[in-house]
Design a protein around this ligand. Structure first.
Ligand SMILES: Nc1ncnc2c1ncn2[C@@H]1O[C@H](COP(=O)(O)OP(=O)(O)OP(=O)(O)O)[C@@H](O)[C@H]1O
Ligand SMILES: Nc1ccn([C@@H]2O[C@H](COP(=O)(O)O)[C@@H](O)[C@H]2O)c(=O)n1
Length: 231
């Protein structure tokens, strides 16, 4: 370096997509923490706007009613991977957005184009503002939100593995019912017209069925490092 300063790494943008329960959040958070990057859970944003709609009595069977109020709530995501946060109009909703009610209703809200336009804008602002780079996880990050991401990963796993993981998390919830709920949500997310759940053509697919979480994290960290090294 001419002035003796250490070279600063160019911010790296990593998009991680995939169906429910494939390990997107756990992997993205750990990869971001390990590499000193920001982290954005875009599912939490869709859950937050859904929570607000439920709290305000919006008819979720009516896409026009959803579209009419899509711009109203102020949603703020904190992107520190060691302590990600999410607020709606200043209220911490990290807990309430994980209820069964929100989980069962989020696909109806996230299918509405006006909701997607609003949330996509928030996501792009956060991604471009991340000084050192960011890991963004969701369903349409590689295809729509950040099509120029430096690295795109698409995580998959069998429905059985995903249901077993989720049931363990929900302290013994019925595996069969969990499996059906995951499949139903994935079908809704994959079949919506606007920005469906899909693998980008240039994404690296990682099947996590037989991998431990630590192995998945290691695999993604290696892919990011290779990308940074220009390999
Ligand atoms: N490779 C793995 N092996 C075993 N368990 C895993 C693995 N990856 C993730 N898990 C566990 O599976 C559960 C779901 O993972 P996670 O929340 O990261 O998935 P997700 O893809 O973000 O799901 P969703 O899209 O529904 O938010 C968590 O309890 C997590 O610890
Ligand atoms: N990029 C995204 C991310 C999420 N969604 C919708 O949010 C739901 C909840 O996502 P989780 O990751 O928290 O499970 C998901 O089922 C989608 O409906 C989305 O549309 N796009």
């Amino acid at each position: 370096m001419e002035n003796g300063a250490a070279p600063t790494a160019k911010p790296v943008i990593v998009a991680i997509d995939g169906p429910s329960g494939t390990g997107k959040s756990s992997t993205s958070k750990a990869v971001a923490a390990q590499l000193g990057l920001s982290y954005l859970d875009t599912g939490a944003q869709y859950r937050a706007i859904t929570w607000w709609m439920v709290d305000n009595g919006i008819d979720l069977a009516d896409p026009v009613a959803i579209a009419d109020v899509a711009g109203k709530p102020e949603i703020i995501s904190g992107t520190d991977p060691s302590a990600p946060t999410i607020t709606v109009d200043g209220v911490d909703v990290a807990g309430p957005i994980r209820t069964q009610e929100v989980t069962s209703k989020v696909s109806a809200v996230s299918a509405v184009p006006e909701v997607r336009a609003r949330i996509t804008e928030l996501q792009r602002t956060l991604a471009t503002g991340a000084e050192k780079g960011i890991v963004v996880e969701g369903r349409d990050i590689g295809t729509t939100v950040l099509p120029d991401a430096d690295l795109k990963i698409f995580l998959t796993a069998s429905a059985e593995a995903r249901a077993a993981r989720r049931s363990g998390e929900l302290k013994g919830a019925d595996v069969q019912a969990t499996r059906e709920a995951l499949i139903k949500r994935d079908a809704a997310d994959s079949s919506r017209k606007t920005s469906p759940l899909a693998k980008a053509g240039d994404a690296v697919e990682v099947d996590t069925t037989e991998l431990t979480l630590a192995q998945v994290i290691e695999c993604v960290v290696t892919l990011v490092e290779e990308k940074r090294a220009g390999k």
